[in-house]
Design a binder for this molecule. Structure first.
Ligand SMILES: [Zn+2]
Ligand SMILES: [Zn+2]
Ligand SMILES: [Zn+2]
Length: 360
């Protein structure tokens, strides 16, 4: 396959958040990015000095929740030692002119995903992953119920130092905050606008398109074929109730999103039996990613409907999802300065490589 014939160079607009666009430039000369380091994974089950390993429970802040119990825990939630948000402080925020601030009230907690130190997500049992996501869901609900000022609970995982993980033991984090973060706010706003115009959820429309779309796009001047879109081209994995999609305009080259096939806006409302299918789709997707870009540092995060006034009307227009963002290259000044991310692999090509893996 020569670069000149099959290279793509186009700016793709993210249909959910149009301001988050990506420059897909696959020609050989268009590689402005340095490769991000891959992690040499030491699959140690137990590390004596690790504060998250069993036997060292006294080295972390107190346990908030242990599953199934403190004695035989497999998943443990603890307070973050260095919280980015915390309890109310007495000094009220001083607002002056253009310097408006909201008190940094909130919660910041760590979820120790597994009692096995070095286990990767794709190596965990489906039943364990199901329990993990049910634990996320349970804690999310408790936090929303605990204080009505908490408008958003963000759950995310950092894997690798470049992705922000400072402790090697597998863990994720929960941050409950009094504001709706910008990325979610943008998705909420655009999907609401789409809904008002088309009476349909844009995420549902995207899933339908991923499952059924077939088209050939010709160049208007030369009449040559510019791109062929095949059925299921962007589908990485399909479960009974969940689908993993490679977005057409994703910022990260190997980014994959997992969404419920049936419309659902709030992750809190997902049923236990659905979580089993979700766990299977996640495990298989992570296995595919590990085959193709093994050892890559990554983040994943859950986007779900905010609580409170910001999104009181968006149950029909918003659709919860998990975004998995592998960090295979370092963003450049061009990307940070312009906000336009460069993808040197076409999403179609990345999807094809991920689909070619046999995850069983
Ligand atoms: Zn450990
Ligand atoms: Zn939907
Ligand atoms: Zn999202």
């Amino acid at each position: 396959m020569s670069d000149t014939e099959d290279s793509v160079r186009e700016i793709r607009i993210n249909p959910i958040v149009p301001s988050e666009s990506v420059l897909v430039a696959t020609a050989r000369g268009m590689r402005p990015r340095d490769a991000e380091e891959r992690i040499e994974r030491k699959a140690e089950a137990h590390v004596e000095k690790c504060p998250f390993c069993t036997g060292n429970e006294d080295k972390t802040p107190p346990t908030i929740l242990a599953v199934p119990d403190e004695q035989h825990w497999q998943i443990r939630i603890v307070e973050n030692l260095y919280p980015v948000l915390g309890d109310d402080r007495n000094a009220a925020g001083i607002n002056f002119g253009l310097q408006q601030a909201i008190e940094g009230y909130g919660r910041h907690e760590v979820i120790i995903d597994h009692n096995n130190h070095g286990i990767a997500i794709h190596e965990m049992e489906v039943a364990h992953l199901q329990t993990l996501f049910q634990t996320y869901r349970g804690r999310m609900k408790q936090l929303y119920d605990s204080d009505e000022r908490l408008h958003y609970v963000l759950i995310f995982k950092n894997f690798g130092a470049a992705a922000g993980a400072s402790i090697k033991h597998t863990h994720s984090q929960i941050i409950a905050m009094p504001v709706v973060p910008e990325n979610v706010y943008n998705e909420i706003t655009h999907s609401r606008n789409y809904y008002l115009k088309h009476h349909q959820c844009i995420f549902c429309a995207m899933i339908d398109e991923a499952l059924t779309f077939e088209a050939t796009i010709y160049d208007r001047n030369s009449g040559e074929i510019r791109r062929r879109i095949d059925v299921g081209q962007y589908v990485i994995e399909r479960g009974e109730k969940f689908i993993a999609i490679k977005p057409f305009a994703s910022r990260y080259e190997w980014e994959v999103h997992i969404l419920p096939l049936q419309h659902q806006s709030d992750f809190i409302n997902s049923a236990d039996e659905d979580m089993e299918d979700f766990a299977r789709v996640l495990k298989r997707t992570m296995k595919r990613l590990d085959h193709v870009i093994g050892g890559a540092q990554y983040n994943f995060f859950l986007h779900s409907q905010p609580h409170g006034t910001a999104c009181a009307d968006c149950a029909p227009s918003y659709h919860w999802h998990l975004e998995i963002c592998p960090r295979t290259s370092i963003p450049t000044g061009f990307e940070l300065g312009s906000g336009l991310f460069v993808s040197t692999i076409s999403p179609e090509d990345a999807a094809a490589q991920l689909r070619a893996v046999e995850p069983d």
